[in-house]
Write a protein that binds this ligand. Structure first.
Ligand code: APR
Length: 254
């Protein structure tokens, strides 16, 4: 195993680690066909920016447009499904305890088999009443394009996805879970995030400033790329399976 190869260096770091925290963003789901937030959207939604749709104000002003966008995203997720990057992160659990703190709302880490997940921005498959808080979990399936938008069974208000919109607070339990793991882990894998949205980005900055070994997987440089211990400038669906293969073959594999 040559250490100048970042894949081998990452496998060596993971082979010697006790606990891994994964901090993931939209990039790990990009190869499932789900556009990241800073990429241009496609088709009907090309002229809209997520930042203009994922807000309470947009939902109040034009609920059907916002709900139509989430219906489109649910369809992309249901069609795309997990990719080798998600599966590789789940496979790491064969070697050490893994907590995944994700900014993604697509549910694909759980679908790939990861078992300990903190969803920092909620989950698109949850549907919540903005009035009375009643929440249902939707099946992971392509929505019926022609169905009316769902209404609360209790108060008949239009329901919204159970995700964190810009300007809203993150779920405290998920954020605390990530924070606790950050203080106890000895390896952090940052994958597919531009580190531009707080407080999730603060977790990455704290990781880089802390004692844990930090591995970044991102084909593009980010603000922390110069400060991480190991940088893999590759797509997640190629880099992460390669790291798992190197780890499986490592002589000290557990
Ligand atoms: N593998 C790894 N990384 C990738 C890949 C890939 N195949 N494709 C793109 N990326 C990287 C991009 O280079 C970019 O740095 O993923 C990152 C995606 O960044 P963003 O689109 O900003 O997504 P993210 O960091 O998750 O955004 C954070 O912003 O809009 C809000 O709530 C939303 O959760 C989202 C948050």
């Amino acid at each position: 195993m040559t250490q100048h190869d970042p894949i081998d260096a990452a496998a060596t770091a993971l082979a010697g680690a006790r606990r891994l925290l994964v901090l993931s963003g939209a990039g790990i789901s990009a190869e499932s066909g789900i556009p990241t937030f800073r990429e241009a959207q496609t088709g009907l939604w090309a002229r809209f920016s997520p930042q203009d749709l994922a807000t309470p104000e947009a939902f109040a002003a034009q609920p059907e447009r916002v709900l139509g966008w989430y219906r489109w995203r649910r369809a992309l997720i249901a069609r795309g499904g997990v990719n080798p990057g998600h599966e590789a992160i789940a496979a790491l659990e064969r070697h050490l305890p893994v907590v995944v703190a994700t900014q993604n709302v697509d549910g694909l880490h759980a679908a790939a088999g990861s078992r300990d997940i903190a969803e920092l921005h909620g989950n698109i498959w949850r549907d919540r009443c903005p009035n009375c808080g009643h929440e249902t979990v939707l099946p992971v399936a392509e929505p019926d394009e022609n169905a009316p938008f769902s209404r609360c069974p209790q108060c008949r208000a239009l329901t919204r996805p159970g995700v964190v919109w810009f300007g809203e607070m993150l779920p405290v339990a998920a954020l605390e879970r990530a924070q606790v793991e950050l203080e106890h882990c000895d390896c952090v894998l940052v994958v597919g995030t531009s580190n531009q949205v707080y407080p999730a980005a603060a977790l990455v900055e704290q990781a880089v400033a802390g004692p844990a070994t930090v591995i970044e997987v991102n084909p593009q440089p980010t603000a922390v790329s110069g400060a991480v211990d190991i940088r893999i400038a590759e797509r997640a669906s190629r880099a992460l399976p390669a790291v798992v293969r190197a780890l499986d073959e490592a002589p000290t594999a557990r």
